[in-house]
Design a protein around this ligand. Structure first.
Ligand code: GCO
Length: 466
């Protein structure tokens, strides 16, 4: 069942593309509430934006047209996530057969087009009913997730050969959720993330990791023959001022929290010592059972999904959680993209570091891409010129393939994203797509970066020069 060809793909997430927020028996998710009730996006962008319609990807006629574009692009895999609340409207209990049938049909339609589905079980949209019960802070979340994952395995496990349990624990739990929390409680700026948030979310992150490991074990015990992994947001940390010891220390701590915490958990079955001491001090409830580390060690993922956008230039900042910060810093001459400095060389270094420090696991780049506002995306006649994105993608693929030549077990590359979509708190103002979407009419227009990626795939990569 496991193929060996290099995967060229694109990635997306349910809440960012599906729309149809109340269709066919779907339950509500935390994101339905954030955007419709707390108006989380409005607090950040000044506009009320929701995923109620998004890019209408739940609609079969629409997604069949989108699959036709995937074929034109030449990708052989498509990464997408499932909406838990479509499958289990209350998070646990009754299964919504219409939701299950939708995903079975979508997977079959992809396969019929020769495109391999890569399915993320959880990409940040939690059923509201579970959110009301404390969400991931509640240890019961491990059982909720295992139950949901087993229903998905039974429904799709015979035709999906790659599953991803979780997407980007750190970004969701330590950045997005605290911001939403501030908005919900109406306290100060959404951006004021504190040690208290980190303290709380550390417990939640532990539960994600245990839930992921238990699920990997469940899939294997059930005889699942495909691969199952995790997608992490990895961000090499660089001291902003390399001559300043405070910045060097800050960058090392940031590396432990952002990168090594999850990598060590997945591949070594333990947490970095800095993580244990820092978070235990912040929150006495952060007290992972010894047995949990046994579960992590016994259920390593089949592959690592690497989501790479940028490195982080870290500086000491006493006002920030854990005393460091990296937002909006870019000492490089090249202007940053939305997710940070444009540094493909750090993608290569990152991949080689994982090879050296984590036993050379199988790796898929499960996200890489560039978000821009209108200045970097000009409609010219009937096409959209986005030279910076085309350039970004080409250089990152080149860096990744160089790492592969150097022995990294790289098996695929998925761009974020094929279509412009709902960018969480930033709503529709940040575009990441290779295909432009007119959000009023749902009209799709391939950008120049689409042509660039198509050429790269057709040539089987880019020539790597050292
Ligand atoms: C993430 C998420 C995506 C984002 C993308 C662009 O990496 O934050 O997985 O859902 O949309 O990264 O910011």
């Amino acid at each position: 069942m496991v193929s060996t060809r290099f995967l060229w793909g694109a990635a997306s997430a349910a809440y960012q593309v599906e729309g149809a927020w109340q269709a066919d028996g779907k339950g509500l998710s935390n994101w339905d509430l954030y955007t419709n009730v707390y108006r989380a996006t409005e607090s950040v962008t000044g506009r009320q934006e929701t995923g109620n319609v998004a890019i209408n990807a739940y609609d079969r006629a629409q997604y069949l047209a989108d699959i036709a574009l995937m074929r034109e692009l030449g990708i052989n895999c498509y990464r997408f996530s499932l909406s838990w609340a479509r499958i289990l409207p209350d998070g646990v209990g009754r299964v919504n057969e219409a939701g299950v049938a939708h995903y079975q049909r979508f997977v079959d339609d992809l396969l019929a087009a020769g495109i391999e589905p890569v399915v993320t079980l959880y990409h940040w949209d939690l059923p509201r009913a579970l959110d009301d019960r404390g969400g991931w802070y509640n240890r019961e979340s491990v059982g909720w997730f295992r139950n949901y994952a087993s229903i998905v395995r039974e429904a799709l496990g015979d035709r999906v050969s790659k599953f991803i349990t979780f997407n980007e624990p750190f970004i969701d739990l330590f950045l997005i959720e605290p911001m939403v929390d501030n908005i919900k409680l109406g306290v100060g700026s959404p951006f004021a993330i504190t040690d208290a948030h980190y303290a709380q979310q550390a417990v939640a992150l532990h539960h994600w990791l245990v839930a992921s490991a238990e699920t990997i074990g469940d899939f294997r015990a059930a005889g699942y023959t495909g691969e199952i992994g995790v997608a992490l947001p990895l961000m090499p940390t660089i001291p902003e001022n390399p001559g300043k010891s405070e910045d060097i220390r800050a960058a090392a701590l940031a590396d432990a929290v952002i990168n090594r915490w999850c990598l060590d958990a997945l591949f070594k079955g333990r947490y970095p010592i800095e993580v244990m001491t820092t978070f235990r001090q912040l929150n006495p409830d952060f007290a992972p059972f010894e047995a949990d580390f046994g579960i992590l060690a016994a259920n390593k993922p089949d592959f690592l999904g690497v989501n790479f956008y940028a490195p982080a230039y870290v500086r000491q900042d006493e006002a920030a959680p854990l005393g460091y910060n990296w937002f909006d810093t870019n000492p490089d001459p090249e202007p940053a993209a939305f997710n940070g400095p444009v540094r493909p060389d750090y993608l290569r270094r990152l991949l080689e570091r994982i090879r050296d420090e984590y036993g050379n696991p199988a790796i898929y780049i499960t996200e890489n891409g560039a978000g821009f506002g209108p200045v970097d995306e000009q409609m010219v006649g009937d096409s959209v010129h986005d030279p910076r994105r085309a350039n970004y993608i080409r250089r990152h693929i080149e860096a990744a393939l160089k790492a592969k030549e150097n022995g990294v077990d790289l098996r695929g590359y998925m761009v974020w994203s094929l279509f412009d979509n709902f960018e969480w708190l930033q709503g529709y103002g940040r575009r990441f797509g290779l295909v432009h979407v007119d959000f009023d009419t749902q009209r799709r227009t391939p950008k120049r970066s689409f042509d660039a990626y198509r050429e790269i795939i057709a040539q089987g990569g880019v020539t790597t020069a050292d």
